[in-house]
Design a protein around this ligand. Sequence first.
Ligand SMILES: [Zn+2]
Ligand SMILES: [Zn+2]
Length: 349
Amino acid sequence: MSTVIPAIVAPSATDPLFTGTVERRDVGAKDVRIDIRWAGICHSDIHTVQGDWGPQPYPLTVGHEIVGTVAEVGSEVTNFAVGDRVGVGCLVNSCGECASCAAGAEQYCENGATGTYAAKDVDGTITQGGYATSVVVTEGFVLRVPEAIPFEKAAPLLCAGITTYSPLRHWNAGPGKKVAVIGLGGLGHMAVKIAHAMGAEVTVLSRSEAKRDDALKLGADHYFATEDRETFRTLRNEFDLIINSVSAAIDLDAHLKLLALDGTLVNVGAPSEPMGVRAGTLIGRRRSFAGSNIGGIAETQEMLDFCAEHGIAPEVEITSADQVNEAWARVLASDVRYRFVIDIETLRG
Ligand SMILES: [Zn+2]
Ligand SMILES: [Zn+2]
């Protein structure tokens, strides 16, 4: 049995999204049904639908920045009750048994974590994301959204927030550390806020001067435009950690040279093209080039609690179900400050 609910549907890689329906399974013993209130628009949603990361199972409903209210719980659910403010991010399941899962790093599950959309679910169906009025998720992958976080701003924390929080924590951003953030978009603006709240000295590296005022308001201490080649001389050997949030290829070697001894440049953006590195650039100051993928469930909860404690929330622009195609076009044009959130009430008939 399943329930048919309103959803925003991608019929193919190229056709516009339309308002249609999607099926949700009935609530099982360990499941939580969430009435979705707000859903963030992540660049990954667009990459996925447009086939940039491979062929997809259409029709498809995307969205992995989801917040809402618990509407129903299964008989064995212990951590959630009807009415709770909750969220769901990029994962809805994992094997629970491998070394990564045992370490709380479900995103690196060795048997393949289950993505919130376009993934094969345990029952063989394809998962469908959060551009919809409800979702059914096993309780182990449901997060609590603290009251201190404004609800309409909370959704982007579930992807953009954790994607930047996790590497900042892993590579010890904090007092005395110089952190640079490449790119000031959905991910980058969260990296700035979180690194600042952790106590690091934060520099934004953006292509032009256009976002200087915004960057400083978000918590950056310094701002440099990378179209000015002087920037690369001025900042040589400067940073302990660089978070690259750009999802297109950059001059990686030039940016690696901005790392101090033992510094690390972490890619959280996922460009489809390869990027070149000279070994000498790494060898010269024992530098590292790394990647990081979202975060585990416990770490995602830690991030939500951290944001509540430090008064951090994404900068959002609210959009409606009938404006999602326009919103996607603006995301592709980098014309959003800094994350679109869909008001899911506009999808309810
Ligand atoms: Zn995302
Ligand atoms: Zn696993």
